[in-house]
Write a protein of this length. Structure first.
Length: 735
């Protein structure tokens, strides 16, 4: 039967629930809800049946998607019955859905009587909330008479991931979607377009986009790059939340509220005004990005350049025992070892000072590398390498510098094992210090870095995974501090650890590991370093230890009210016994009090985070200039004084290929991983109780305060000490 266009109404075309009313030239929606069971599967079936290709209904549909996400968060199966509160919310949503049949959108992007288009411009609005993020894209037209109209052409909306993401990151993600919408519509709209305008109510996003000085963490850096590939910073503007239609796409609306919202289809009123009436950015401060922003990378100074300029200086040599990559060897010396026969004549010649009195005043310090005694060095490229087990004596001067005053390169005194002094020839003294730096590197890498952080963290991790259930509070507390540890240790075993000299050193080093040496306050006390000046590893480390302890105490005291609860926790006792029996024995085999538990857990977190940062993050800083800390030595240690020359020094240092390999290794170990999680950041919200969540919040605040203190101090330090800055300390041994 043919249709007579002169009489009656024009037909309605239908495609999957979207209707085109030819008579009014508008799109409408036909809502036909089939009966589905009140389960997660049934709800998904209904939500998926709503066909909305251009996102006209995204605020309404987002509400239903949030219901689905809540079911996922609660772990409900596909066919489990929906809990009553959520079921009621779903029923209310369904009952309003038929009202959408009154909603219509004009098909034509310009009014019928608009006339000729003089200019066209895309306006993209982006926003995010705790539950979702979205965009709304409008086409703003101006005719030859200066008349304006604005039409919504596309919208996008997504629920946030189950894994928590910060609001600034979500708003930046929404901005990326807006940039993608611009690229899409500039391609699809076959018409001349002015430069697009992008709107956000987030000053953080604007600062990220306008930034020209700071480097960002990978998440932000990649998204800012994508945004700037599509737009320039001048195209991004600030809009208030109340005038941002994308706010509806990020939070959702009920059907009744949606139908009453004119801004959704027409855009904010200011788009119908000239540009001089548009919102402006708040103030000039939007150009300035706070360096305390979590997304800003801490960029350390080019430290190898500083080392290049100062590596020969005795004061810098002494400085590295306190604040270098290995502050773990030095200790106060109350009496000289019998195998280190230093005399007053050697070190205080022509001075009234005496070793005995300086030791009594606590001004003499010793670094003893006896663990390396007897270790056979490797053969590299057919050439024998050399490793010594030196003793180093240092003196704290009246101006608070730590100066080396004597070096013996082997443990046993002998005629061919002289004690080198600062008064010796330049090359004798420099060569002796070079052998010490190489010994320090070997002991550091194997004992204080590999053994005392990587391998101990592996013991803690395996015991945790084997003996503590996922719902256990200690599991929730420690799990973030095990991230990537097993993987990085597997790679280290495969690629870096040999089966000869390294294992000998590890075996000797393991016998020296004590529980007290892993607890920073005890270790500092046992080594007699409580009042050494300019000891930033100690200063920052003790502050971090105390912050971690308060966090652990506040969290675990909520679950363990008394000692009996600790003693009766079978899973907890199995965990500590597994560490005792399979790791190392110089720790408690059983936890009997809350106090013991708090100290041990603090030690675990500190070891996996702060301690690893202290002995790992600065490796390239101090080893990047190879003569300061050679990765290997190709010449034998000097056996007589007065024979070393510049040529001797050059022959002793490693070859180019060995140096390059070593530098590449320490650069890789020192760099921040692309998805680092820093101390205090817990993206997976494992705790649900109010008290632990409050303690995490307080923990973050205290870490931020410490960061500011360290940052302020470092402004006046050359070189600055950054390795225990909470902005640098990762949650776990992940690299």
């Amino acid at each position: 039967m043919e249709l007579n266009l002169n009489y009656g109404l024009l037909p309605v075309e239908r495609v999957l629930g979207v209707q085109w009313c030819v008579q009014s030239d508008a799109f409408k929606f036909k809502i036909s809800i089939q009966d589905r069971p009140l389960t997660r599967r049934g709800i998904l079936s209904v939500v998926s049946s709503i066909y909305d290709p251009l996102g006209e209904l995204v605020p309404v549909v987002l509400k239903a998607k949030l219901i689905l996400q809540e079911l996922c968060r609660k772990g409900l199966g596909w066919d489990h019955v929906v809990p009553l509160p959520i079921a009621q919310e779903w029923i209310n949503w369904i009952q309003e859905l038929h009202l959408l049949e009154s909603f219509k959108v004009d098909r034509c992007l310009k009014p019928v009587d608009f006339g000729n288009v003089a200019s066209a411009q895309l306006h993209h609005f982006a926003d995010a909330s705790e539950v979702g993020y979205g965009t709304a894209t409008y086409l703003r037209l101006c005719n030859t008479n200066g008349k304006l109209c604005c039409t919504l052409i596309m919208r996008k909306s997504r629920v946030v991931p189950l894994k928590p993401i910060t609001i600034p990151r979500l708003k930046l993600t929404a901005a990326v979607v807006a940039a993608r919408m611009d690229r899409l519509w500039r391609k699809e709209l076959q018409m001349p377009l002015l430069d697009s305008v992008f709107w956000t109510d987030s000053t953080s996003v604007l600062k990220y986009i306008k930034n020209e000085t700071s480097r960002f963490r990978t998440f932000v850096a990649n998204r800012v790059t994508e945004i700037l590939n599509v737009s320039c910073e001048a195209q991004w503007r600030h809009v208030s939340t109340s005038s941002n239609p994308a706010d509806l796409a990020s939070r959702g609306l009920g059907v009744k509220a949606f139908l009453m919202t004119e801004q959704w289809t027409c855009g904010p009123r200011f788009l119908l005004c000239s540009e001089k009436h548009w919102p402006t950015n708040p103030d000039d401060s939007i150009e300035l990005l706070e360096q305390d922003d979590h997304e800003v990378k801490i960029i350390r100074p080019c430290f190898p350049d500083y080392v290049h300029d100062h590596w020969k200086e005795d004061s810098f040599f002494g400085y590295q025992f306190l604040n270098g990559v290995n502050p773990m060897v030095i200790r106060r010396c109350p009496a000289l070892p019998q195998n280190f026969p230093v005399t007053d004549e050697m070190v205080f010649k022509g001075s009234k000072q005496r070793l005995k009195y300086e030791m009594k005043k606590g001004n003499i310090f010793l670094c003893d590398y006896k663990i390396l005694d007897g270790v056979k060095a490797n053969i590299i490229n057919g050439k024998q390498q050399y490793l010594v087990a030196p003793l180093v004596l240092l003196h704290k001067t009246p101006d608070d510098k730590l100066m080396p005053i004597a070096i013996q390169l082997k443990q046993t005194p002998a005629e061919d094992n002289p004690i080198f002094l600062p008064t010796d020839s330049e090359w004798d003294w420099l060569l002796a210090k070079t052998f010490v730096r190489n010994a320090d590197l070997n002991l550091h890498q194997l004992s204080f870095h590999l053994l005392r952080t990587h391998l101990l963290a592996e013991v803690f991790t395996v015991a945790l995974l084997r003996h503590l259930p996922m719902m256990h509070p200690l599991y929730k507390l420690l799990m973030p501090h095990t991230r990537y540890t097993l993987m990085i240790n597997f790679l280290a075993r495969k690629l870096l650890i040999s089966d000869t000299g390294m294992l000998t050193i590890l075996r000797e080093a393991l016998s020296s590991v004590t529980y007290r040496s892993l607890c920073l306050p005890d270790d500092i006390s046992d080594r007699g370093l409580e009042d050494v000046p300019n000891f930033y590893y100690r200063d920052d480390g003790l502050k971090l230890w105390n912050i971690i302890y308060r966090f652990v105490k506040g969290t675990l005291s909520f679950y363990y009210k008394d000692d009996k609860m600790v003693q009766d926790d079978q899973a907890l006792q199995e965990w500590i016994y597994a560490i005792y029996s399979n790791g190392f024995t110089n720790i408690p085999m059983r936890l009997n009090t809350v106090k013991e538990l708090l100290k041990f857990v603090t030690m675990v977190i500190f070891t996996c985070s702060a301690q690893h940062s202290a002995v790992n993050s600065g490796q390239y800083d101090f080893i990047g200039w190879m003569p300061n800390t050679p990765v290997s030595l190709e010449g034998p240690p000097p056996s007589r004084k007065g024979e070393a020359t510049e040529a001797t020094m050059l022959d002793t240092l490693p070859s180019i290929d060995v140096t390059v390999h070593g530098m590449a290794t320490v650069w890789l170990l020192s760099k921040q991983s692309s998805d680092s999680e820093y101390l205090g950041n817990y993206p997976e919200q494992r705790f649900t109780d109010k008290v632990p969540l409050e303690k995490i919040k307080t923990f973050k605040q205290q870490l931020k305060k410490l960061h500011k203190q360290i940052k302020k101090r470092n402004k006046h330090l050359k070189p600055p000490y950054t390795y225990l800055d909470p902005k640098v300390v990762e949650n776990s041994v992940s690299l």
